[in-house]
Design a protein around this ligand. Sequence first.
Ligand code: HEC
Length: 109
Amino acid sequence: MMKNVAKIATCLILAFTVGGQVYAVDGGNPKKGKHLYKKECKACHSKGDAAGELTPMSKTMSQWDRFFKRDMHGAQPDVFKKLSDKERLDIQQFLYDHAADSDQPQTCG
Ligand code: HEC
C-alpha cells in the first residue's frame, strides 16, 4: 500500500516537473506576439518598405533567438527599447513558432 502511494506521488512530481520545463522554454504568448508584431513591426517591415519585408519565415528558429538575445534590433535600438521584456518575449515566441525551419512556417503575420 505505502509503495503504491509513493509510486503515484513520484509520477505526479515527474509530470509536473517535465511540464514546468516545457513552459519555461517557451515562455512567451505567441497569440499576443502576433498581435504585437502586426502593431509594432509591420509599420516598418511591410512589402515595399525601406526596412524590407519581414515575416516569421525570414529567419530560422536559432536566428530569431540570436536576433532577440544579441542583436536586439541593432539597426534601430529604440524599436526594442520601447517594448517591455514581456512584449519582446511574446513577439519572439510568435516569430520562433513560425520560423523557416519550424513545424508551421508562416509567410505573413
Ligand atoms: C521604425 C521602423 C522599424 C520598426 C518599427 C521595426 N524595424 Fe526592424 N528594422 C528597421 C530598419 C531600418 C532595419 C535595417 C534594415 C537594413 O539593414 O536594411 C531593420 C532591421 C530589422 C531586422 C534585420 C533584418 C535582417 O535581414 O536581418 C530584423 C530581424 C528586424 N528589423 C525585426 C524587427 C521586429 C521583430 C520589429 C518589431 C518588434 C521591428 N523590426 C520593428 C526598422 C524598423
